[in-house]
Design a protein around this ligand. Sequence first.
Ligand code: GLU
Length: 471
Amino acid sequence: MSDLKIPNVRFAPSPTGQLHLGSARTALFNYLFAKHHNGKFYLRIEDTDKERSKQEHVEQICSSLEWLGLEWDGEPLFQSTRLEKYQSVVQTLLANNSAYRCFCSKIILEAARAGGSYQYPGTCRNLSEDDVQQHMNSGEGFVVRLHIPEGETAFDDLIYGPVQVNHEEIDDFIIARSDGHPTYNLTAVVDDHDMDITHVIRGEDHISNTPKQILIYNVLGYTLPRFAHLPMILGPDKKSLSKRHGASGVQQFKDDGYLPDALLNYLALLGWNSGSEQEIFILDEIIALFDMGQIHKKGAVYDEQKLSWISGQHMMRLGTAKILEGIHEIDESWGKGFEIHYLYAVLEQLKQRSKSLLDFIEQSAYYFNGPESYDEKSAHKNWKDESTNEFIIYYKNCLEAVEQWDAEEVEASLRKTAEENDISAGKLIHPTRLALSGFPSGPSLFAMMALLGKDVCIRRLNKALEIFPLK
Ligand code: GLU
């Protein structure tokens, strides 16, 4: 792309819902492309649909973009403020006969459809001026349609390559509705032109709109931008990603305490790769490496496990102080009453196992309070009968004698208990973990015991000895 002038791109969400993963990925790829080439990334709110557009969605989209760090240049452009401009363009197109008024009623159109054609039959395409005037005089409503000439439209998609569409496949589509409101294909072109957009980067679901928009560019004499259509994001069942797949909006990831860097990293890999084995990136690295030529055409499959893994990697890289800060943003009272060095140590122990800040919160409860419930499956498996109580009592006695309470000593006591009772270490490790945390798994048991301290460990073992084995 050596002939590239400094690009202007835009992200153009309709505020009819929150920012979901697919749109966030579109925003990200626009942003990456702009920043890689020192260009501008603009935000346009496509809010001409009064009924479905909501201020709360505008706010949520903006705050999700900000949280992700995808800051746009300048002020967002709201389409609802530009109705006059669109209407004047419609008038221009009517005046130069590129568009025409269509008075067909729904009934006529439905009859045509019933006849098997999904295309507008062209009834009003060649009405004489007198006919038009007559319809208008009698107060009939009308829509405005673009007159599609014979021929074909071709463009070279930056991702999909050459695309060619015969005009027989394109309806004389509506550019202004009967209430005078312009439609998406018209507003998108007018704005992309007025915003001096050089590259239109959007989801593949819009690829069929592109030839229609090119026709509008042409009749208005506007310079064409380049187009790039991003592959769809699919669920594991290879169907379009939706709520069904549990992949919710960006807000949910934020609420669950994912790190924005981790989500961005994951989204970038949905359709793009750096060409190397590296998979963990921060945003600046992705900007530096980003190349539209490396976007695949094939739909990208959303993989929750991969997202978790990437999140975990980012979590591990994050300093403990930052993790604590993030946790306190979600839950001010987390670790209240405990000393800061204790909290740091808790976070260090959980780092490897936490993919989100919420994970830290959920997994750390037993560092502050004894378990209120115990994993039943583990209890039945690992604390089957009274013999376990005998071994745990033995271990507890060894622990009580420990003077220098640290991970090595509690481990040494456990190994000694195992050896002297001729049992495997596992016969002690699992019930001990269950007694101390209530969980069947977690961070290193001995490090955890060292941190919990002798009194706490003994107390929890005593409590478990009263509860287990379960009857
Ligand atoms: N408002 C459209 C959408 O959210 C924008 C499509 C475009 O980028 O042109 O899908």
